[in-house]
Design a protein around this ligand. Sequence first.
Ligand code: ADP
Ligand code: MG
Length: 331
Amino acid sequence: MPSEFNLIRQFFERPQSVRRDDVVLSIGDDCAMLTVPAGKTLVVTTDTMVENSHFYPNIAPYDLGYKAVATNLSDLAAMGAEPAWISLALTLPRADETWLSEFSRGMFELLNARQIQLIGGDTTYGAALSVTITAHGFVEKSTALCRHQAREGDEIYVSGTLGDGLAGFHLLSDLFHERKSAGDFCEEFLIRRNLHPTPRIQLGQALARYRISRCALDLSDGLVGDLGHILERSRLSAILDLDALPCSDALIRLYGREQAERLALQGGEDYELCFTLSPDKKPLLEQYAQEFDVPVTRIGRIVAANEEKPIRFRRQGKDIELQISSFEHFF
Ligand code: ADP
Ligand code: MG
């Protein structure tokens, strides 16, 4: 079995094609040494994925590496930050070289494409597989997209389509428990949306840099729950237009529009951005959304605080009652 040091070199140091000027010292010493550009603020986020809590044990290591990076970058995107570095804390039941090679390939696929450098980590052995990534980025302090900065009268937007992540999770669960075998292209699409979420990095940065929005988060626990965080922090309420919720063709084909809507509201693991903006910023938003080829959809608006009903739902202009519970990770 290779020594821990050789293992780190082989799978985490060598595959790195990115060498950033702001990394003074990378993997190999007690600490990394890093330079934050003048005038910028460091933005840091950590996410852990544990076997049987966040993914099924049969996940392909490539997909796990990819998703662990993508979900962390999604948090940076939701602040409007430019990603720069990550560190990786890995707990493994055993040193399996094929597994490590595939995991590392999934991670570097995204890292190398975005010029992000892996600058260190920790490798330990333990009963349950666990992946913790800390991602670092930069933002100009005054432009950061914060949850407490929604304003009454703002429009609420989301990127991409909603509900796919949760539908993909249900399908992965079926596959794992052998309730069914691999399905058609709609199912494949939804599973891929769950395993390979697209962090909306360019969009997030444009929202901040061009002062289109001041308030955003990424949808990891579902629209209703996550929008609730914005409303709580901003001490405001929202009206959501159910007809406007963007759902993928695959989701509607498999579940029908009504069930797709519920998945969109409740769904977890979409990793799309939800953000608010003043109506006069709409042309600027549309310009950048088109430039980056990211669909954005207006789904409602921010209104004065209504403590009884933080979120009200409308269909065809009429108020309707809906009970939605938020997504929680399984097991
Ligand atoms: P220490 O004993 O100081 O914690 P380690 O032996 O754990 O050092 O790690 C040696 C070097 O390898 C350090 O620079 C550390 O950041 C890096 N490293 C360890 N594990 C990983 C990993 N999974 N990915 C990237 N770098 C790692
Ligand atoms: Mg260590």
